[in-house]
Ligand binder design. Structure first.
Ligand code: ZN
Length: 456
């Protein structure tokens, strides 16, 4: 009996040992890998979090996402996977209801911007480890949840604005912002002009220079601030500004065969491969013009966050204005209408090869040849305000150089789409051409400086 029980005991031990070896050899002890796209610990209840789960073998069984705080813990998401997938991606957000549920017993109101919670993501694989339960991987994230959208106290805002004119807006934000744009178009999400950026000054004060674009119908003018806070909460704040229409001149321009012949060699630089003089002119006046303005508009982001100007902008001295802003130009060739374009600056004629002064303090953003503008200089003056000097016969500045008001940028000329020696002067606000008179003679540059100074 004794011998038999010893044999049984040994056999049992061997079987257990074998099972243990098989278990060690076959069982998987690696838990699933958990990865997220969380980059910022400060988020909103709506922030989408993407979680990638992977378990090469034997695959995923389940996932559980819970939120914890001093007031308790709740399950935000719990799911079982079918078919043991090797990888899964889950997108979720904390959700305002979950936050309220989590903090319902907390002694403070949950309408706050600093709620601390612990996000726990656990994923289990489909292995037989842990007595059949599978291996569980877990990751935790300490998050701060902001439930409050940003607010703005408007400090300076015009009551009305006419097409093509400039204005400034100053407001104090309730918290530091990740983004602040003034949208002007009717479309709620998209904006043809991508909006006008508001730039942070001191103490959460933001300044924005904007226009009702001269090409936009006043009835579509729906100005509103779109503010995004650091956590990602977005506020849309409508502004009560009346949009007024402007009447623009019609300017009939005769294009002569002599002009086309004289300009052909230069135009070929911008539009090679076109031998017919009129076709060449039309390509430059359309395609090249469009490309030139796209290039200039792309430079609008190369701007300082504070105004560099001190007051009214300097005009080319002793010059006669030959063309107005936003003239609707109709081009005729041998008595026949051949083209229509909008003139986006003013033309100032002085003596030949006159010195062109910088309109205000700024920085050279572009200095070189640019199609219809010929030799041109673009200066940045901060807050998205930029001035363009076109058709120069000589360039005296290099890109990147800081310039003082009155510094000579070059000499007037007739390069590009110009028949005679003059300066084409243009002002951009957020990449949109505006009436220069607001800056050369109007109160716009003073108003913003004064408002900001008064707030210091
Ligand atoms: Zn011009």
């Amino acid at each position: 009996m004794r011998q038999k029980s010893t044999i049984l005991y040994a056999a049992g031990l061997l079987a257990a040992l074998l099972a243990g070896i098989i278990y060690l050899l076959l069982a998987d002890h690696t838990p699933p890998v958990i990865e997220t796209d969380l980059q910022n610990a400060l988020i909103t209840p709506e922030t989408e979090i993407s979680v990638s789960l992977s378990d090469a073998s034997p695959g995923l069984r389940s996932v559980k996402i819970s939120l914890g705080a001093e007031s308790g813990t709740i399950t935000a998401l719990s799911a079982e996977f079918s078919g043991r997938p090797a990888s899964e991606t889950i997108k979720f957000s904390l959700g305002r209801e979950n936050i309220r549920r989590l903090f319902q017993n907390a002694p403070v109101t949950v309408e706050r911007n600093d709620l601390k919670l612990l996000l726990t993501i656990s994923a289990t694989d489909a292995s037989m480890a842990e007595f059949g339960k599978g291996n569980t991987g877990e990751r935790q994230f300490e998050l701060t949840v902001d439930l409050l959208p940003p607010r703005a106290e408007i400090l300076a805002c015009p009551s009305q604005i006419q097409q093509g004119r400039s204005a400034s807006l100053v407001f104090r934000a309730s918290e530091p912002l990740r983004g602040a744009r003034l949208l002007v178009g009717a479309d709620n999400e998209k904006d043809e002009f991508e909006g006008f950026t508001s730039y942070p000054q001191k103490n959460n004060i933001y300044a924005c220079v904007f226009t009702l674009p001269h090409t936009a119908p006043p009835e579509s003018f729906e100005p509103r601030l779109v503010l995004t806070d650091q956590a990602g909460n977005v506020s849309r704040i409508p502004l009560n500004i009346l949009g007024l229409p402007a009447r623009y001149r019609e300017d009939r321009i005769s294009v002569s065969p002599v002009f086309l012949r004289e300009k052909a060699p230069e135009f070929m630089r911008s539009a090679p491969g076109e031998s017919d003089a009129l076709a060449l002119f039309l390509r430059v006046n359309n395609e090249v013009r469009k490309a030139n303005y796209e290039e200039l508009r792309a430079l609008k982001t190369r701007t300082e966050a504070t105004p560099l100007w001190q007051g009214v902008f300097l005009r080319l001295p002793n010059a006669i204005k030959r063309s107005e802003f936003a003239d609707r130009r109709i081009y005729f060739y041998l008595g026949r209408e051949v083209d229509r374009q909008v003139h986006q600056g003013i033309d100032l004629a002085s003596v030949l090869r006159d010195k062109v002064p910088a309109a205000e303090n700024g920085r050279v953003i572009f200095a070189g040849y640019l199609g219809i503008h010929g030799n041109a200089v673009l200066l940045d003056h901060g807050l998205g305000v930029q001035t363009l000097y076109s058709h120069l016969s000589r360039l005296d500045v290099k890109p990147g150089a800081p310039v003082r008001r009155g510094r000579t940028l070059g000499l007037t000329g007739a390069s590009g789409m110009a028949g005679g020696d003059h300066l084409h002067f243009e002002i951009f606000v957020g990449g949109v051409s505006v009436e220069p008179d607001d800056w050369l003679a109007g109160a716009v540059p003073w108003q913003l400086i004064k408002t900001l100074n008064d707030l210091q």
